[in-house]
Design a protein around this ligand. Sequence first.
Ligand SMILES: Cc1cc2nc3c(=O)[nH]c(=O)nc-3n(C[C@H](O)[C@H](O)[C@H](O)COP(=O)(O)OP(=O)(O)OC[C@H]3O[C@@H](n4cnc5c(N)ncnc54)[C@H](O)[C@@H]3O)c2cc1C
Length: 467
Amino acid sequence: MWGVPVDDDSGYESTGVTTTLWRGGRPVYDRGKAVCVIGAGASGLAAVKNLLEQGFAVDCYERETGVGGLWNWRQDRSPVYASTHLISSRSGSGYPDFPMPDDWPDYPHHTKVHGYLERYAEHFGLREHIWLGSEVVRVEPADGDWDVTTRVGGHERTSRYAAVVVANGHHWSPKTPAYDGIAEYRGTVIHASAYKDPAQLRGRKVLVIGGGNTGCDIAVEAAQQATRCWHSTRRGYWYTPKYLLGRPTDQANELTALLRLPLRVRQWFGQREIRRAVGDLGRFGLPKPDHKIYETHPIVNSQLVYHIGHGDLEPVGDVARFDRNSVLLRDDREIEPDLVIMATGYLPRFEFLAPELLAADADGRPHLHLHAFPRQYPTLFVTGLPQPDGGIFPIAHWQSVAFARWLRLRETDPQRAATFWTSIAGAPDQRFTQAKVADSTRHWFEVNHVVYLRALQHVLDELEVAK
Ligand SMILES: Cc1cc2nc3c(=O)[nH]c(=O)nc-3n(C[C@H](O)[C@H](O)[C@H](O)COP(=O)(O)OP(=O)(O)OC[C@H]3O[C@@H](n4cnc5c(N)ncnc54)[C@H](O)[C@@H]3O)c2cc1C
């Protein structure tokens, strides 16, 4: 629903359901067998669509005033900046049943991606199931069901659902390292989530911290706009150009993955192609990668090396500490930026859920089967969590097809469902990549999309056979 109609002082439309349930003295609106989806970004929209297709009633709550999640860059929490384009290429980025148009460029601009998600919602008639401006503040177990409390304009309301799909995204809560001396530093420090426009860089001496895709993008813009730009990374990376062999790079990777070539052959091939396209990264003053390709999240950027080669961008090592007017690097060099942009990533946050529901460890990292199924709660799901080496939309699509098929199976064949769930509940954590992925929060959910989709296909097949 694009606006939330009001017909009582709670700020909500009456759903016509009885309010005979109570929790802690508050009424609980019983939504029967309906499923609640939290978030109307790319993952939540796919969940709404696939659950509706399986015949479930769905209420989707979205705290912002539009759909599209982080691609809706008008919303405050969006980490998207003016020049953001897809990093994964068009052909592998769309939903399988709603491809991105063939006449789009290989790497569309973020406004195109947002328009695409709006059209997806329109095409599949999802709008009437989405409650905008409704923040989910609590999700609590209730005898096999779930009590979901939403807040609209200060009013809270609790509704009971048979199942909950969490699709709240994991690129909105900045991760900011604590550096010694930063409190005394007199320059400006922002997280990349607050970087929106190159005008913020003009005439400044800029230090960008972080070697991920966002850090590289901002460093490239600073190289063109700032009076001086340093780019600090802790380690060397494989900077992959956006095109290899004349094709978008992820398409070349896709081919080697689908051919099921052993990892070491794929690594040899990938590293050789980067050397052929870019040359020896050390020649540009970049640290030599301390790991093999595919052991960190792919960085796809054709311009970083170009700007280093033109002297507009200076790669530097790790930051040791901040002083009043300067930043000290680990190699004892001192630099004097007046703007520091921390492209240091994001952390997943699920404030509306008790950590044990997602089997989260002391660091807050959830441990879920396929990064999607909490093993102790068969009617709670998380979608969009994997960090693939390609587009997430196809993964989110197939995840929610699996949720929908699973919920249907519980109704149609409880015995078979029980057997299936035993296999999920007892399954150990898996990594879904053969590569020895770096041990950092950024790589908590890193997956090779082909390996992950194969594992998900296995689950889908089991649920299909059992239908
Ligand atoms: C700069 C950048 C570039 C990227 N490039 C690519 C790319 O090229 N290809 C790719 O596949 N992915 C890319 N991504 C990853 C991106 O996260 C996914 O494309 C996609 O947006 C994930 O969708 P989502 O629905 O899981 O999360 P989001 O888009 O974050 O949507 C989550 C939604 O949940 C809502 N929400 C959160 N909490 C609540 C709550 N408590 N109550 C109600 N609503 C809530 C939010 O408002 C939001 O609308 C990129 C990310 C960034 C930051």
